[in-house]
Each structure stands twice: as C-alpha cells, then as structure tokens.
Design a binder for this molecule. Sequence first.
Ligand code: GLA
Length: 359
Amino acid sequence: MRKRVTAFGPGRVNLIGEHTDYNDGLALPFAISDGVTVGAVRREDHRISVTATDLDAEDCFAIDSEPEAIQGWRGFARGIAAELRRAGVELPGAELEITGTVPRGSGLSSSAALEVALCLAMLALGEADRRPDRIELAKLCSRVENEWVGAHTGLLDQLASLCGEPGVALLIDFQSLQVSEVKLELGDYSLVTLDSGQRHANAPRSGGSDATDGYNRRREECARAAELLGVASLRDATADAARRLPAPLGARVGHVISENIRVQDTAAALSAGDLPRVGELLNASHASLRDDYEISTPAVEATVQRLLDAGAIGARIVGGGFGGHVLGLLAPGARAPEDAIEVRPGPGASLIDDAPQSG
Ligand code: GLA
C-alpha cells in the first residue's frame, strides 16, 4: 500500500485592499471555488517527481539537492520542498501531480493556490511531527514566491487561500497578521469576475518596463517612499507628508493610505448590509489604482466598462495589475456578460482524501 493524499488550494478574489499587503496595510479577500489540486503518492527513494498535467511538463529532483535557481513552474515544488526542510520538516519521496482550474496570470492567484496545495500535500504525505501553523505556512509559501520565483509579492494570496471560509471575507491586518471574518451577505446582488484577456506576471520578464516588471517596481517605489518619509512601513505614512514626496511616489503613497481606509469602510458597509456603498468603494479603489498606482491597462479599462455597462454598481481590477481579471458587483436584476464567472467565498485549503492505494 502506498500512501496517497490529495490537497486542494483555492485561488482568491480580493474584494478590496490592493497593493496594501506589502505595506503593512489592510485587505479584504476571500477564497474561491477554483484552485489547484495536488495528488501525492509516497515513493521510497529520496526523490520528488512532479507532473504538471495542464502544462504537459515534468520535473524530478532529489529532496536533499542543493537549492538552485530554476526558472518557471519548476521553482514552486522545488522551493516548497526546500523551504519545508529548512523549517525542520522531514519530507519523504513523492510523486506529485498538479492540476488546476485557475487560469495562470489571471489575477486570481494561481501561484498561491499551487504553493499552498503543494505544501499541504507534502506535509500530509510525511509523518512530520512538526506542523507549521497557517501563518507560518503562508510566510513559507511567500518566501518561495519571493526567492524562488522572483515575484516580490506579499502575504495576501497565501493567507486568503489558507484561511478562507464559506460565506465570509477575511479582514487581514498585515501589520499584526490578525485575520478576522466579515460576513459577505450579498442578497440579490452578485460578484463576478471578467477576464481582461491580458495575462500578467508578477515575476519579472525581460524588458525592464512596467509591462514586464510593474509589480516589483511598485514595491520598490513604496520602499523608497517609506525610507524618504522615515517610517517603518507606509502604514505609518500620513497624507500630508505624502504630498511632499516627488512624483510618482506621492501618488503611490496616496493610494496606499486611501485604500486602507476603503477596506475599513467596506467592512463597515458589509456589516450594515449597505451594498450600494460597497459598489462606490470598489469604483473608488479602481480609480486610485488606475490614476495613482498606475497599474491599469486599456484592456482592463475596457473590461471595467463592460461590467459597468452590464449593470455593475462597482468594478475594479484585482491582483497585481497590468492585466488579469476585473471584479464587478452586480445590482439585482443585472445580467452579467456571458463570459463572466460568478464568485463567492469558499473554504480555504485542505486535504481532500487520503485513501491508501495498492501497488
Ligand atoms: C498580487 C500579490 C499580492 C498582492 C496583490 C496586490 O496578487 O501576490 O501579494 O500584493 O498582488 O494587492
């Protein structure tokens, strides 16, 4: 009997709170039903083989191989294995098979879904007595993204994927790492995402422009602004001080400050059942991301407009920017475009089964 486990990591939609996570700010994401599934079967040698079914690609490496920079999807399994070992977890040999339903580069967090599912599968396959908690796992997955994949992303996607619960959005404070639940009761309203058709990558590609490295550039701008303001993070920045910064840093900080306030206002509006107010806040978030943070594109703008034309009372770009999906809050009776996907909060990452397999 070879031990077999299956783990699922969901993608996420961020209701509001964009580009705040790496600034010690606030966000309000939820896990969705689409995600990545990793099937794992134990093997008796000290190797991990990986099949990425959707990519029709394979990889195989020794568990104790020295970490080396590997381009592309192979960095994920290699990175998770190395980081788990670094965290003191004993890993057995494994055959891993990855399948997913979140389109890559769509702004719905396919990378975090993959990292989280790999992590849970590898942990469950071993008999590790050391089980990192969810916050520790989120940090570990994020290190893989930062150091192995080259995207200097924050903790938003991993925490949403790991901590999601049906029916709620997660109010995350990235300074304290406190996660609290806010009921997402939509009544006759609905939330949909619509693909802009433009793929994006948070990790740099060659070129050295916003289109190829926009995410990491924004992160650097925020770090520079915090340095000039003499604050530990932009959570402590004030709007007055931000106005004295050179362009474009003042506008970037302005976005972060106003977005944190919008997250709090959205949580309050949801608690009061005031969905029209949530719609206004989504529109204000998008305007700030477009004008102050400058991460929108013509394809994204056209997609926002399609949602508004279809009766959305709020629409905004989600995720790292420069493409991906747009989120819309549809009023009762509005007809979503045919290619829109309805999203609602689903459960966070978990094991699906662990039936033993003969052979
Ligand atoms: C990507 C990153 C997150 C977060 C968002 C923007 O999804 O992975 O850490 O920074 O962009 O809010």
